[in-house]
Design a protein around this ligand. Structure first.
Ligand SMILES: NC(=O)c1ccc[n+]([C@@H]2O[C@H](COP(=O)([O-])OP(=O)(O)OC[C@H]3O[C@@H](n4cnc5c(N)ncnc54)[C@H](OP(=O)(O)O)[C@@H]3O)[C@@H](O)[C@H]2O)c1
Length: 283
C-alpha cells in the first residue's frame, strides 16, 4: 500500500525528472544559476535518479530543445548551442529531450552531437507524433528521427501527446525488442488527457512518461506521480518553468534567506529543485 504522507516516499516515487528548457542552458550564467554545477564538478557529483525499469542511473537535469534548438545551419546560430552541449557533457549531463515536431531541433542536435563526437555520452529522448495519421506515418517519422539524430539506436522514444498511441505502442515495443530503442513511453502536457494517460499507465508496460510539472503547476502530484510510483514508471518533467510563467510570478523578489542557506542561488534553481524533489501534498 502507498504511504501517502511522507516526502521520502514521494522522492523515491519520482525516479527521474528532466526536460529543462533549452534557454536555461544557453547562457553560461543561466547554466550555473539553474542547478548546473560549475565547471570542475563532475558526473559523480551530479544528483542522479534511477530509471525503475532498468536500474540505470541518470542525472536529473537534462536539456529541452523545443525552442532554442530550432535554428538554421549557420555557424553563428549553432555556435552557442554547440558550446552548451560540450559544457553539458563535460559536467556529466546526459539527457537531451527533442521531437520531430520541434522544427529543425532533431537535425541540429544530431549534427552537433556528431560533430562534437559525444554520441556515447548522451541519452536521446525523442518522440513520435505522426502516429496520429496512422501506423505507417508514425513508422516513417521514427525512421526520420534515426536519420536526423545520426544514430542507429535511440535511448527513449515516446508517443507525443498520445497521438495514435494504440497504433504506436506496439511499434515501439518491437523497436525495443530489436534493440533499436532502449525505453518507450508517452507524453502529454494537457490536463484533458490525464485520464487517458492514467489508463495507459495502468494497462501498458511503460518505461517513461513525460508530463507538465512546475512549482506553480502541480496537478500531476494528485494522481499521476503516485501512479508512476506504483507502476515503476520514470517521470520526465516538461515545462519546469511553465514556459516562463514561473519567472513572472517570482518577479524581482530576492531569493529567501532559507533558500540561500541550502545552496539555492537563483529562482531558476529554486524552481528546478522543487520539481526534482518530488513533492506530495500532505493528506
Ligand atoms: N508534450 C511534450 O512532450 C512537451 C511539451 C512541452 C515541452 N516539452 C519539453 O519541455 C522542454 C521545456 O519546455 P519550454 O522550454 O517550452 O518551457 P520551460 O522550460 O517551462 O520555460 C522556458 C522559459 O523559461 C525561460 N528561462 C529558462 N531558463 C531561465 C533562466 N535561468 N532564467 C530566466 N528565464 C529562464 C526561457 O527564457 P528564454 O526564452 O530567454 O530562453 C523561456 O521563456 C521542451 O524543450 C521540451 O523538451 C515536452
Amino acid at each position: 500500500m502507498r504511504n501517502s504522507t511522507t516526502n521520502i516516499t514521494r522522492r523515491e516515487a519520482i525516479k527521474l525528472c528532466a526536460g529543462v528548457g533549452a534557454g536555461l542552458l544557453l547562457l553560461g550564467t543561466r547554466c550555473l544559476h539553474a542547478g548546473i554545477p560549475p565547471s570542475g564538478q563532475r558526473a559523480a557529483d551530479l544528483f542522479s535518479k534511477t530509471i525503475p525499469s532498468s536500474g540505470e542511473q541518470i542525472p536529473v537535469i537534462g536539456i529541452g530543445t523545443a525552442r532554442r534548438y530550432n535554428v538554421g545551419t549557420s555557424a553563428e546560430e549553432r555556435a552557442p548551442l554547440r558550446e552548451v552541449l560540450q559544457h553539458f557533457v563535460d559536467l556529466g549531463g546526459k539527457m537531451i529531450d527533442t521531437a520531430p515536431s520541434y522544427g529543425t531541433a532533431e537535425t541540429v542536435v544530431g549534427d552537433l552531437v556528431a560533430d562534437l563526437g559525444i554520441r556515447d555520452q548522451v541519452f536521446y529522448a525523442t518522440k513520435v507524433g505522426a502516429g496520429g495519421q496512422g501506423r505507417e506515418a508514425g513508422i516513417a517519422e521514427i525512421e526520420q528521427s534515426f536519420r536526423r539524430l545520426r544514430t542507429d539506436h535511440i535511448e527513449l522514444i515516446q508517443v507525443h501527446n498520445l497521438a495514435g498511441v494504440n497504433e504506436m505502442l506496439p511499434v515501439l515495443r518491437d523497436l525495443k525488442e530489436s534493440g533499436r530503442i532502449k525505453y518507450l513511453g508517452v507524453t502529454t502536457t494537457s490536463p484533458n488527457q490525464y485520464e487517458q494517460l492514467e489508463q495507459i499507465m495502468r494497462n501498458e508496460p511503460l518505461d517513461f512518461i513525460e508530463v507538465d510539472y512546475a512549482i506553480d503547476n502541480r496537478e500531476v502530484e494528485a494522481r499521476i506521480l503516485p501512479l508512476a510510483q506504483d507502476e515503476g514508471i520514470a517521470v520526465l518533467a516538461a515545462l519546469p518553468f511553465g514556459r516562463g510563467r514561473v519567472f513572472e510570478a517570482f518577479g524581482d523578489q530576492p531569493i529567501p534567506q532559507w533558500a540561500a542557506e541550502i545552496g539555492i542561488e537563483s529562482w531558476a534553481q529554486f524552481a528546478l529543485k522543487y520539481v526534482v524533489s518530488g513533492h506530495r501534498p500532505v493528506a
